[in-house]
Design a protein around this ligand. Structure first.
Ligand SMILES: [Zn+2]
Length: 91
């Protein structure tokens, strides 16, 4: 591993881990960015919308989901069902 090779042994025998940690952080960031891009590409391929925030409460969402949790998803479905019912009654 290149990260291990970047460790420096100090004169008193201790290891300087900072280069190793910097490289590990960079790798984690690279994998995270690639995962996000993959998820966006998949969503675009199937025509899904990518959401940054919950469509009910505006909290941030994970992986482009429309709702932040099951409670918001259920509440949004309930509200949509009520709206559909009210609209159907007006006709
Ligand atoms: Zn929410």
């Amino acid at each position: 591993m290149r990260g291990v090779a970047a460790m420096v042994i100090l004169r008193d025998g201790r290891f300087d881990m900072s280069d190793f940690i910097d490289e590990t952080d960079a790798r984690e960031q690279f994998v995270l960015n690639a995962s996000i891009q993959n998820a966006r590409d998949r969503a675009a391929a199937v025509g899904q919308k990518w959401f940054k925030s919950c469509q009910l409460c505006s909290d941030p969402t994970v992986d482009g989901a429309a709702y932040c949790d099951d409670d918001c998803l259920i509440e949004a479905r309930r509200e949509r069902a009520v709206r559909d019912k009210q609209f159907a009654q007006r006709r």
